[in-house]
Design a protein around this ligand. Structure first.
Ligand SMILES: *Cc1c(COP(=O)(O)O)cnc(C)c1O
Length: 218
């Protein structure tokens, strides 16, 4: 990560590692936490709740990086520091209802489908401004940036193109004043493409396999 940042003249400290611990047992998370990692990401609500509760004494910071169904919101709303996958106004409203009850605010990133792959979640890039405008009115949510999952290919130019597309929208939102001063994160890059993502401007990479080894087949 540091080498990739330096290659493009960026400060390595400006890129945060979210350790994606899905399928990884709590003991292994404990090991990585002991090595200094604080921020962990999960993509399933039940698993996140189980691990956050089991490891509560470590004071870890939990991010939800996967698609969040509205009926799961109540389980995770009080436990996460950031949701990377906000993709609809309906989800934002459900979050607001739950957060209000627990008296908390939540940092959210808008998930964007930058590859056009139909299997991917996220809004189309053109829908970013309108969703931001709507979510900005919701008191318990703070929009802190954009997130994408790169296209499922080893083709470097296709992956970089998706990251550049998101980085372009990120700049447009910032420079257009569409979001507040807290709009500062670009969550992109996973085990196979985090270096490209950092070179294209990522401030958060979500890495699982490269830290924990391969996951069992789903
Ligand atoms: C699993 C997952 C990751 C991490 O993937 P790796 O290829 O194991 O690094 C990142 N982001 C999301 C949304 C994921 O579901």
């Amino acid at each position: 990560m540091a080498a990739a940042a330096r290659r493009v003249g960026r400060d390595p400290a400006a890129v945060q590692l979210v350790a994606v611990s899905k399928t990884v047992p709590a003991e292994r998370i404990r090991e990585l936490a002991a090595a200094g990692q604080q921020v962990f990401g999960e993509n399933r609500a039940q698993e996140l709740v189980a691990k956050a509760d089991a490891l509560q004494n470590l004071g870890l910071v939990w991010h939800m990086v996967g698609h969040l169904q509205r009926n799961k919101v109540r389980h995770v709303a009080g436990r996460i520091a950031m949701l990377h996958s906000l993709d609809s106004l309906a989800l934002a409203q459900e979050l607001d209802r739950r957060l209000e009850r627990v008296g908390r605010r939540l940092a959210v990133l808008i998930e964007v489908n930058t590859s056009g792959e139909p299997t991917k979640f996220g809004v189309q890039p053109e829908a970013i401004p309108s969703l931001i405008q709507e979510v900005a009115r919701i008191p318990s949510l703070e929009i802190q940036g954009l997130m994408t999952i790169g296209p499922n290919t080893r083709d470097e130019s296709a992956v970089r193109q998706a990251f550049r597309l998101l980085a372009g929208w990120f700049r447009r939102v910032r420079e257009g004043g569409m979001a507040g001063a807290g709009f500062q994160h670009l969550s992109m890059g996973m085990s196979g493409d985090f270096e490209w993502a950092i070179e294209e401007g990522a401030t958060m990479v979500r890495v699982g396999t490269a830290l924990f080894g391969p996951r069992p087949p789903a």
